[in-house]
Write a new protein. Structure first.
Length: 465
């Protein structure tokens, strides 16, 4: 059984209540020496002491035992790959020891390093765009909240499983059943309107008229998804409020974005029930076109759902997801893992998601290796967006799904390759911090601690002198 250390959490709990170690020892029925050992992570906590903590202090053991250690370890590993640590890089054992013995210090280090990266980006942005400074976006705040929850919300899964009640609804009757539900339960009608009547929008809820307007530009799959989304917003507003209240997000734009993403999650969980989707995913080796057809959703929606299969005891392959436009901008990320490629990557031109635009609608598989030698299997494909008029044709994005290479054997898209002997494409997070000086795709010199260009030599790029 895995040992559980709660030292910093126990110390913080004691100090918040103004107690001495002796007072806490008496409350828990243990010795002061044992409290001291627990606080210094020299002893793991027993189940009996956990239960006494609950009785004496009303503390849920999950609040002090679950500290997102895996995610923090992944963040630390990613941070120390920064070139600033080239001379003396902490190893994995050092990082694990820091998390066990000084998690507060480790968290402070991560915040400092993120601030450093943000300052570097801001300085570069100032130089390039006459003073514009990038701020933390609502999307980033929402992404971080989803990641802290490993992109899985059991409360939303539970209400989604109860959505149709016993017996469920036949797949070819879902759209009609949703319209009937909205009308009979909430007094809301659904009306399909012309593109000209809903310019620049796909869906609009008229609260005064108690009417949901859907654009003709939506195909049947997305009309259904939009109705489940709206049903979630209307029926589960209290649950969404509770999740938002516990997120730590208070900025109005970010809370509004979070509400939308929670409704999207709910809609996906209703249309792709957890157990059925996981079973079909495993049986088809994550054939996402098949899964989209089987559950009546889009390819992109099936990709989203695959990243949420993180229920304890019934986990799917831990995927990350990125969506990229033709300019290389990452417009959406989901990450059920600690992979730093999903957190900060996407800008590397060696990542085949950028070239998938050349082969619309076809899966592009790739094995990649990061500068820290971590290896992933990534597959990409374009997805089409709704088209309103002839001037907006080829409105296409690309999505990339990835997992660590040890999960590649579970993915059908990797079957054509000998995984252990697959050719690895060396990639990085982005050129500004990637240490691969000899990369022939480098667009920027690394921002810090780089060797000066040798005027006597011309390398693969002008940055490799």
């Amino acid at each position: 059984m895995q040992k559980t250390f709660i030292g910093p959490h126990l110390r913080r709990l004691r100090l918040e209540r103004g107690e001495t170690q002796g007072a806490m020892a008496r409350a828990l029925g243990i010795s002061s020496a044992y409290v001291n050992l627990l606080e210094n992570n020299q002893r793991s906590v027993s189940v009996a002491v956990m239960l006494r903590l609950f009785d004496a202090y009303g503390v849920d053991w999950r609040d002090i035992a679950d500290d997102d250690g895996a995610a923090q370890l992944a963040d630390l590993r990613a941070s120390v790959q920064d070139p600033i640590f080239d001379a003396d890089r902490p190893d994995l054992q050092d990082l694990r020891a820091a998390l066990v013995h000084s998690p507060g210090l480790a968290g402070a280090f991560l915040r400092l390093h993120r601030a450093y990266l943000a300052a570097t980006d801001q300085l570069l942005s100032v130089a390039e765009s006459a003073g514009a400074v990038l701020a933390t976006s609502p999307e980033a705040a929402v992404h971080n909240f989803f990641r802290r929850n490993r992109n899985h919300f059991r409360d939303l899964e539970d209400v989604a499983e109860e959505f149709w009640g016993e017996g469920g609804v036949a797949s070819d009757e879902v759209y009609a059943a949703l319209k009937h539900r909205l009308r009979s339960r909430l007094g809301i009608t659904v009306r399909l309107v012309r593109v000209a009547d809903l310019p620049g929008a796909l869906r609009q809820y008229d609260e005064t008229g108690r009417e949901i307007l859907l654009s003709e530009a939506l195909d049947h799959t997305n009309r259904t998804f939009q109705l489940v989304h709206m049903t979630g917003l209307l029926e589960q507003s209290a649950l969404f409020d509770a999740l938002i209240g516990g997120s730590g997000i208070t900025e109005p734009r970010a809370t509004a974005r979070l509400r939308v993403e929670l409704a999207n999650y709910f809609a996906a969980a209703v249309l792709m029930p957890y157990a059925a989707f996981l079973a079909e995913a495993r049986a088809s080796k994550y054939d996402l076109d098949h899964l989209a057809t089987r559950f009546g959703v889009s390819f992109e929606q099936a990709c989203h759902r695959a990243t949420t299969l993180q229920r304890e005891g019934a986990q799917g392959v831990p995927f990350f997801f990125m969506r990229i436009d033709k300019g290389g901008n990452v417009s959406k990320r989901f990450n059920a893992t600690g992979f730093h490629l999903a957190e900060y990557g996407g800008a590397c031109p060696r990542l085949e998601v950028h070239t998938s635009f050349r082969t619309p609608g076809r899966i592009v598989p790739q094995f990649v290796e990061m500068p820290d030698a971590s290896q992933y299997f990534v597959f990409s494909r374009t997805v089409d967006r709704p088209t309103f008029e002839r001037h907006a044709q080829d409105n296409r994005l690309a999505v990339a799904m990835g997992c660590t290479i040890d999960h590649a054997v579970e993915i059908g898209y990797a079957e054509a390759f000998a995984v252990t002997a697959a050719r690895m494409t060396q990639i990085g997070i982005n050129c500004r911090i990637c240490p691969r000086a000899n990369c022939d795709q480098r667009a920027h010199q690394a921002a810090i601690l780089t060797e000066p260009v040798d005027a006597r030599r011309r390398g693969a790029t002008r940055f490799d002198g």
